[in-house]
Structure formats: C-alpha cells, structure tokens
Unconditional design. Sequence first.
Length: 243
Amino acid sequence: TQRGRRGETGLAPTSLRRRAAALKGFYRFAFGEGLIESDVAAHLDLPRQSRRLPDTLDVGEVERLLEAASEGGVRDRALLELLYAAGLRVSEAIGLDREDLSLDGAFVRVIGKGDKERLVPIGEVALDWLNTWLGDQRLALIERSHVAPVRGGPLFLGERGRRLARQSAWAAVTGAARRAGLTGRVSPHTLRHSFATHLLEGGADLRVVQELLGHASISTTQLYTHLTGERVRDVYRRAHPRA
C-alpha cells in the first residue's frame, strides 16, 4: 500500500494531508476574520488519502480461528461464528439484542452506520452455536452475575451479566487467533473482510455483498472485498471469448 511511503518532503501522505488541511483551515479562518484580503489556500488540493487493502484470512485459517474460539467458551465461539457468518462490524454484533435474532428465519436484524437497518442471513453452523449460547449458557451467566433476568436484553453478555464490551469482543478474537497460531494482526474486522472476500470468491454479486455489509457506496465494497489474483484469472477465463 501507499501508507507510509514518503515523497520528496520526507512526509507520509497522511501527514501531508493533515498539514494541508490545517493550512487551509488557518487561511479560511483568517479570511473570515478579515485579517487577509483573500483565502489564498481556498483552491489548495488535499493530497489523496491512500486506502489500505484489508487483511483477510483464507478459509482454512478462519476454520482454525473458529475452532480455537471454543477454548474461550460457547459465547466466544458463537460471537466469532456470527461475525464471520454475517460480516458484522464488532459494534453491530455487541449492539444486538435477543429480539434482533430470528433463529427460525435464520437472519439477524442489524442497525448499522447512520442508523440504517438491514437483514442479514445466517448459516446453519452459526445458528447452532447461537442456539447453544442462548440455551443454558446465557441463562447460567445471568444467574451467576445476580442480574435480574429480563425478556430479550443484549444478545451477548459479559461476565457481569451486562452487554458485552467492545474490548471483550476484541479479546475473544485476538485470544482465539493466538491459540490458533495465526500470525499478523487479526481483529473482528478481519472476519468481516474475510466474509466479503470469500463470498466474492464463491461467485456472489458485488451489489449483494454491498447490501450484506451495509455499505452506502459500492466503491467501499470494492476495497473491502479485493479479489484474489486466481479469482480474477478464473473470471477472465470464463468470461472472455478469446481467453
């Protein structure tokens, strides 16, 4: 990626962009206060911000990660299965309430960025683990924490019987990655990237993946779901008449 590449100034693109934005802001303020006759930086273009390709796992690595999550308990396994099965952001997953999940309909109702609602299907494996978590496991945690049980409530609970914290969700993923022997940075978002990439590699339509991820722009989906070289070659061979 271009992140970290330095030009003639010796500064990375992100640093240049930050400095240029500060300069534009200064001149805009000075002009607005009547301190200068014109906003000389009004037409100053900000350096384009490079966008980093997402980190993904292959299918085998995801399977190792999910298996290792079981050592952290049923809740952790159910959480990671859902993150991969539905491609959720970590904030979306921990923000789910029990009534957002339809086990019979095999889907989850998600409130994403901008309070936009979407329905995302869930596969059988994730449903099985969610069923297990919602059975005796979740109830036992509530009883141990002495929190009064309520109808519905958060889908994923922490040890005190309250909604699972973001840090705990991250710890579930990073702990599983460590036990699975996965190198590199593995985060909840890695599962989201892997979800999208594997769908595309399996032939899913880009627009459908965009809808599942809750992206407002198709260009964001294209970045998050970069195709592997082999997938591109395969599509080319099947689609081009002289391939």
